[in-house]
Design a binder for this molecule. Structure first.
Ligand code: TYD
Length: 241
């Protein structure tokens, strides 16, 4: 397994690593690859995502992402993101960290700041305040921001989700249960995603110790290699020769 040589030891305290970026930047693929490398090096790894990550959170996710959800106010949207997160921290993230595990989370509060704070124009301050109140201000040890051209990555996400909802509709015509499609955010316009992108860059500039932007425009293998380097450097992980 590539990378097993690089990441050989980590401290006994758990580590919390989040993946961020626009839709379609390949976060989920990279999270899976990093989990594989860390496990090959002997670490206990929890892979999870937001919104979601718990049974209750996955129900909230369906409400938030289903394009049949109409007229949700920006504040209600933000509240639901935090409801999912508070449950996720209590039930999954904090217990795993307490057991010394590595938690890899696909999106966390930076998503709320970028999408609701910047995209929906609710502002950073309210997001950060809610994070303090509802999430005990839990901060990731490292955030990997996958950066690529907004038009390209969002186009990719739209095509992927359209294929998924076509498949679900097909299945439902054949009598299978209908799955919620996850297109609600992808229906936003370019200006929305430009603001989200701007939000991410502002967060990275504000917290350079925690947030590392990784160029996601190459192949998945190239991006994985870059991420292994960042994890090795930032989390002070021993490197073998
Ligand atoms: P995700 O499943 O990661 O989508 P993708 O794989 O396309 O990147 O996230 C679902 C959507 O939810 C995504 O469009 C971003 C949005 N989102 C927010 O708007 N705020 C949040 O706090 C979170 C966690 C996600």
């Amino acid at each position: 397994m590539p990378g097993a040589d690089i990441i050989s030891t980590m401290s006994r305290r758990g580590k919390f690593i989040t993946f961020e970026g626009l839709d379609g930047t390949g976060k989920s693929t990279q999270l899976r690859k990093l989990a594989g490398s860390l496990r090959a090096a002997g670490h206990k790894v929890v892979e999870t995502r937001e919104p979601g990550g718990t049974a209750t959170g996955e129900k909230i996710r369906r409400v938030l992402l289903d394009s049949a959800t109409q007229g949700l106010s920006p504040s209600a949207e933000m509240a639901l993101m935090f409801a999912s997160r508070a449950q996720h921290i209590a039930q999954v993230i904090q217990p795993a960290l307490d057991h010394g595990q590595i938690v890899l989370c696909d999106r966390f509060t930076d998503s709320t700041e970028a999408y609701q704070g910047y995209g929906r124009k609710l502002g950073s301050e309210d997001v950060l305040n809610l994070h303090r109140i509802l999430c005990g201000d839990l901060q990731p040890d490292l955030t990997i921001l996958l950066d690529s051209d907004p038009a390209m990555s969002v186009g990719r996400a739209k095509r992927r989700n359209q294929r998924a909802s076509d498949r679900a509709n097909n299945n439902s015509r054949k009598g299978a249960s209908k799955h919620a499609d996850e297109n609600r955010f992808e229906q936003q316009n370019r200006a929305f995603f430009a603001r989200v992108h701007e939000g991410y860059l502002a967060i990275a500039a504000r917290e350079p110790q925690r947030v590392v932007a990784v160029d996601a425009s190459g192949t998945p293998a190239q991006t994985h290699r870059r991420i292994l380097d960042v994890v090795g450097q930032k989390l002070k992980v021993a490197r073998s020769a």
